[in-house]
Design a binder for this molecule. Structure first.
Ligand code: NAP
Ligand code: MN
Length: 298
């Protein structure tokens, strides 16, 4: 699993987005920002995170700048929180492909490479160009009923689920223009490798190495012995047509959702840009499985 990896060097400006539910970590958050400044790194805080810090602590860390948008000169973004915060930080970065470091103050922090107690090591590795860059693929959602203000990209998964009804839905699914199956189920999720440890894991789908280029189709409670989770090539174009007795169903991208009408057609495929993650060199897929999922523990 160890390969020569590209690293990040020469970082002068970082932007930070953070969870607004981490009061007990605030002293460590302030210490971390102090460590960055001592290393002569310019710190820009996302406005809503700055508001939260000011509200809880009564003041902002000295010498920081505030911005609602990602600053043009940011060479690195930092996500302070759990996996949900990492996803929202990636959404803030959008298609800019600025490397994102996840610093975990959440639950298991699958998307983070560092805990809030290891920030001194992180800053040291950032200064010495020892952090590795790894790209992650996203999914893009296209279709008729997508609200205009909906961000149509997902780092974890697109989920098609039943809405306000006890009856099953039927998700007619074509892959690269060939009929695959009609999923008679509570729903279907199309998961990225990153998302394989999220909703997909709860549904019994396969865990995938996050750097892979593939997608998993995992049904939610299918009424069939033959509709197993399946892994497809990352360049697959997946077309779903939704039928159900009910008038509507729900479509989610990383947990953000909207309601669509029966008969709507959705197309899901790899997004034209990626999320670049920053990883500490000691962090790898095997370590994540062992430390966070207790892989092979006896
Ligand atoms: P949430 O309801 O707070 O997230 C549910 C849990 O999933 C949280 O513990 C979250 O970690 C964790 N998580 C998110 N992405 C993960 C990943 N890639 N690998 C491992 N765990 C991950 O909502 P959220 O934080 O905004 O996350 C959205 C995600 O929730 C969706 O994309 C979907 O995958 C997942 N979800 C799961 C279920 C289920 O398992 N039954 C149902 C609906 C949605 P943090 O606490 O660190 O944020
Ligand atoms: Mn969360």
């Amino acid at each position: 699993m160890s390969k020569n990896k590209e690293t990040l060097a020469g970082v002068k400006t970082v932007c930070i987005n953070g969870s607004r539910y981490q009061n007990r970590y605030l002293p460590r958050v302030f210490t971390f920002i102090e460590q960055l400044k001592e290393a002569d790194i310019h710190v820009v805080l996302r406005d809503r995170f700055a508001d939260y810090l000011r509200e809880c602590a009564g003041e902002l860390p000295a010498g920081t700048e505030i911005s609602s948008s990602v600053p043009d000169d940011a060479q690195c973004a930092i996500s302070l929180g759990g996996d949900g915060t990492f996803i929202r930080t990636a959404q803030w970065i959008g298609d800019r492909e600025i490397p994102i470091m996840g610093i975990n103050t959440g639950h298991l922090g699958f998307l983070s490479s560092c805990s809030i107690d290891e920030t001194a090591q992180f800053v040291e590795e950032l200064l010495n160009g020892r952090l590795c860059l790894e790209a992650r693929t996203l999914l893009q959602l296209e279709g008729d009923d997508i609200p205009e203000d909906f961000y149509p990209y997902a780092l974890n998964e697109i989920a098609i689920t039943k809405e306000e009804t006890s009856s099953m839905i039927c998700v007619g699914t074509r892959v690269d223009d060939v009929h695959l199956a009609d999923y008679l189920a509570d729903g279907l999720i199309i998961s990225t490798p990153v998302g394989s440890t999220a909703y997909n894991l709860s549904l019994g789908g396969p865990i995938l190495q996050p750097s892979m280029d593939c997608v998993a189709l995992t049904p939610i409670a299918p009424h069939s012995l033959t509709l197993r989770p399946i892994v497809l090539s990352g360049d697959s174009v997946i077309d779903c047509t939704m039928e159900s007795r009910a008038e509507q169903y729900r479509v989610s991208a990383d947990g953000r959702s909207f309601v669509a009408r029966r008969g709507t057609h959705l197309r899901i495929r790899r997004a034209p840009f990626r999320v670049i993650t920053l990883r500490r060199s000691t962090d790898n897929f095997a370590a994540t499985l062992q430390n966070k999922l207790h892989w092979g523990a006896r």
